[in-house]
Design a binder for this molecule. Structure first.
Ligand code: IPE
Ligand code: IPE
Ligand code: MG
Length: 242
């Protein structure tokens, strides 16, 4: 079906879960002769606008890729600046919760600083009962790392005798991922002109529709998101059937 506007799409046909790879901040800054961190700062504003838009159009789950398990390879100043932006975001979100958004963090928290770990816990706890939208923030997230984490948890249960090998199936693996209990992403959008997933939702993306846009994340607008959703509506999802 070809729709002209997102508002014309019946609610039950909208993607339930959208994944967004927030990429291109550094290049956005470079073309303006600014430090990379200026791009990250602008990217945070884009994130705020987009989450509001997703909620308004009726998207129930959004997962944004904020920091990958590989992003620690970046210079310390850049990692520190990203963690600083995260800290500000967590403080603001804790103060203003009028958006009715449930915030969840996906990823390994262990290497994060103590204060960030605590702020994450506070935000998750305070927003736990919000129902308009679930916003997952993938932070120190890697799809492979997530699978290893699930495999270890399952192996541990087997060793403890709580679980037998025969009981392990796809659903059980899904339920040991950071996204346990949530639907898989219907649509994954990557701006910035790169055509890869970079370790994002590796297990969950098995049947996701992918849309790649040639715009840098800080320039990404609600209209770009709408365009990606309209493209998604044209796809024929067969899941291996005919
Ligand atoms: C995405 O923008 C933000 C993070 C990965 C944290 P980049 O920083 O990757 O920007 P480019 O890809 O270098 O332009
Ligand atoms: C993916 O972007 C990770 C995030 C957006 C957080 P990268 O910039 O790290 O990905 P690569 O290195 O281009 O694959
Ligand atoms: Mg990048």
């Amino acid at each position: 079906m070809v729709y002209q506007r997102v508002e014309d799409i019946p609610k039950e046909k909208l993607p339930v879960h959208i994944g967004l790879i927030m990429d291109g901040n550094g290049r956005w800054a470079a073309v303006r002769g600014l430090p990379r961190n200026a791009g990250h700062k602008k990217g945070t504003d884009t994130f705020g606008k987009l989450m509001k838009h997703c909620r308004e159009i009726g998207i129930k789950y959004v997962t944004v890729y904020a920091f990958s398990t590989e992003n620690w390879k970046r210079p310390k100043e850049e990692v520190d600046a990203l963690m600083g932006l995260l800290r500000n975001y967590l403080e603001d979100t804790f103060k203003h919760q009028e958006e009715d958004a449930r915030i969840c963090f996906l990823g390994d928290r262990e290497p994060l600083s103590e204060d960030i770990k605590q702020k994450i816990q506070k935000v998750e706890e305070a927003s736990r009962r919000n129902t308009a939208i679930t916003i997952n923030i993938a932070l120190n997230y890697g799809g492979r790392d997530e699978i290893v984490h699930a495999v270890k948890a399952l192996a541990h249960k087997c060793m403890q005798g709580e679980l037998s090998l025969g009981q392990i199936d796809e659903e059980m693996v899904s339920n040991h991922l950071y996204t346990a209990g949530q639907p898989d992403p219907d649509l994954i959008i990557r701006p910035s002109g790169e055509y890869r997933l970079s370790n994002f939702l590796t297990w969950q993306s098995a049947y996701s529709e992918l849309v790649f846009l040639n715009v840098l994340w800080p320039d990404f607008t609600p209209a770009d998101l709408d365009m990606a959703i309209l493209e998604y509506e044209k796809r024929d999802r067969r899941f291996g059937g005919i």
